[in-house]
Design a protein around this ligand. Structure first.
Ligand SMILES: [Fe+2]
Length: 242
């Protein structure tokens, strides 16, 4: 499995505070069958409190430690880019990162409300050759209120990443119901953990939802969402939108 959304860099955002905690996340992910983790620190925290150089360096340090400790999991770099008016400029200036330098960018829409500028920012990104992936749309109010809004973005070519914990009910009934609706209606491209810690509701264990999801869409489709599609993202290959 390939996990495209993980807060694993120590002391950067609301993820782990120490290197030991970061290694704990990687260890648990490895033992649950994940081969690659994409570190996706919040753009705001990186640029306001740290730097791109720092997260590049931390990713290298963690990979070296994982190697030394014989934990066979690789860490790649991405970013969770919250929607904002300056997202396009940030991308052009190297402050908003795509996943592993691919065309795919993890974009987090506002949790509450929506502004019209959102559509123009997304269009501008697409015109620049970026393929946005919606981070956990099932937790975002504008999609919870009206599924048509989600369909509009999907028509624009956006992909969707839902969070394993939403399926498990950790983010409430509305997020759970929307994630199940999306799974049943083939509106999900990727399942990731959005892990912030080694254990608890925000652990990196993708297999926690395997049985439940497989019952709904079958094991092969589950595997597509946790393995084949995320691998294509990492390799910058095309995913045919659901
Ligand atoms: Fe996240």
């Amino acid at each position: 499995m390939y996990d495209l959304h993980v807060h694993i860099l120590p002391g950067i955002d609301d993820g782990p505070r120490t290197i030991e905690e970061s290694l704990g996340i990687a260890r648990i992910a490895f033992y649950s069958g994940t081969k690659v983790l994409v570190a996706t620190p919040h753009k705001k925290d990186v640029n306001e409190l740290h730097s791109i150089d720092k997260i590049v360096s931390l990713t290298k340090t963690l990979n070296n430690l994982l190697n030394q400790k014989n934990i066979k999991i690789k860490l790649l770099l991405g970013m969770e880019n919250h929607m904002s008016l300056d997202l396009v400029d940030d991308y052009l200036n190297g402050f908003a990162l795509t996943i592993n330098k691919s065309r795919y960018m993890l974009v987090e829409m506002p949790f509450f409300g929506s502004d019209n500028y959102v559509y123009s920012v997304i269009s501008d990104l697409i015109n620049l050759g970026v393929n946005p992936i919606l981070a956990h749309p099932e937790r975002i109010e504008m999609f919870q209120k009206d599924i048509k809004t989600l369909n509009e973005f999907l028509k624009m070519g956006l992909l969707t990443q839902i969070t394993a914990g939403s399926i498990n009910g950790y983010f409430g009934d509305i997020a759970k119901d929307l994630s199940l609706y999306m799974l049943k209606n083939n509106l999900v491209n990727i399942i990731s953990s959005d892990s912030h810690s080694a254990v608890g509701n925000r652990s990196p264990v993708l297999t926690d939802c395997e049985k439940f999801v497989s019952k709904i869409i079958g094991f092969d489709k589950f595997n597509e969402l946790v393995t084949y599609n995320p691998l294509k993202v990492i390799q910058n290959k095309e995913i045919i939108s659901s």
